[in-house]
Design a protein around this ligand. Structure first.
Ligand code: UT7
Length: 339
């Protein structure tokens, strides 16, 4: 291979699947507990409904079912996995991380289990870690899960409406293994800018307090336990960083947005994705969205949308697929695949 020849892929997604809770929450249902309306939420975000776990569900059962389905898709057994990665901002317990808890549920005894805390970019960050393990020989097959339960941490009141209307629960999983010739991950880019951490964050459940949870300081009615977001600020940066990341991975291969078969963007707001598509001059059939049904499921969003896109027959072998995400931190990333 000459020095100028592009690097061949070393990893690819072998199987992918998702699980969402049974309970569908419409915009009208939210309008019964806060000052909002179906019209406002749909117009400003694209969301029509989302799913919430009930008392018998949690992110781990969802993640477990998604993982088993992804393994089946990949034609692999639990014992074929040698690294488990779990992306979430809403772990079942403070510690240990969800990766250890899922490892136990799946009976993946002894393999390394790692948590990734990168919010809406968590799955793209996970893809990068998985690719590095597979390409270095550190693992052959990696299970990457993204799962979130937001519904237990939203503020269902007029004060919380700007955030509560946007998020939903769900889980997705992908199995990443060795590339097959030219089919696999071509490029990946990641970024972060911590100076914007306070544009989307939760302060009240942090560990900087002594005692950690002091109900005199942060009672639920203070709002400190719930996410705080500067929506307009996050929106603007999401558009800019997603466009930039897509261009970075395409340019590394001498490609342009016109070469893309499908863009699989994070689902935070339909209008964010419309701006991205408009700026890159993408046709409607080059971009997929499902925020209408699930809202923003953070680390679970990409595998849920990827699975639905594959199931709909929208991706064929050889297609150029770009995955892009942006989230709290701020963090962002894009991955370019030859399917
Ligand atoms: O993955 C990263 C995570 N998050 C994001 O990327 C989110 C990015 N931001 C957004 O999606 C949008 O900024 C929002 C959907 C959050 C808000 O849309 P917006 O067009 O930026 O509205 P805004 O925040 O400027 O609010 C406009 C008005 C305000 O009322 P006033 O001050 O004009 O009287 C808000 O209080 O809309 C009000 N509002 C609502 N009204 C009804 C905010 N939330 C709601 C609501 N229902 N749920």
């Amino acid at each position: 291979m000459s020095a100028s020849e592009p690097k061949k892929p070393t990893s690819r997604i072998l199987g992918t699947a998702f699980e969402v809770p049974r309970t569908v929450i419409s915009n009208d249902a939210l309008a019964q507990v806060m000052d909002t309306s179906h019209e406002w939420i749909e117009k400003r975000s694209g969301i029509c409904e989302r799913r919430y776990v009930d008392d018998s569900e949690g992110s781990l059962p969802l993640a477990e079912r998604a993982a088993l389905k992804a393994l089946e898709q990949a034609g692999l057994e639990v014992s074929d996995i040698d690294l488990l990665l779990f992306s979430t901002l809403s772990p079942d317990v403070d510690f240990p991380g969800n990766s250890a808890l899922l490892q136990e549920r799946l009976g993946m005894v002894g393999i390394p289990a790692m948590d990734i805390r990168n919010q809406c970019s968590g799955f793209v960050y996970g893809l990068s870690v998985a690719d590095l393990y597979v390409s270095s020989g550190g693992a052959k097959n990696v299970l990457l899960v993204g799962a979130e339960v937001h519904s237990s941490g939203l503020e269902f009141s007029d004060r919380g409406r700007g955030v509560a209307a946007l998020f939903g629960d769900g889980a997705g999983a992908s199995v990443i293994g060795p590339a097959d010739g030219d089919h696999g991950l071509l490029e990946i880019t990641l970024g972060a800018e911590g100076r914007f951490a306070d544009k989307l964050y939760t302060v009240g459940s942090g560990h900087q307090r002594k005692p950690r949870i002091d109900m005199d300081v942060a009672p639920p009615e203070s709002g400190y336990m719930f996410p705080i977001m500067n929506g307009r600020y996050v929106f603007k940066h999401a558009v800019e960083r997603m466009i930039e990341s897509i261009r970075v991975v395409l340019e590394r291969r001498g490609l342009t947005a016109a070469d893309l078969s499908i863009l699989i963007p994070h689902q935070a707001n339909l209008r964010i994705n419309q701006f991205v598509a408009q700026e890159l001059e993408l046709r409607e059939d080059q971009v997929v969205n499902n925020i209408q049904k699930y809202g923003n499921t953070t680390a679970a969003t990409i595998p849920i949308l990827l699975t639905e896109t594959l199931a709909a027959g929208k991706v064929e072998a050889g297609d150029l697929v770009c995955i892009v995400a942006f989230g709290a931190g701020f963090t962002w990333g894009a991955a370019l695949y030859r399917w």
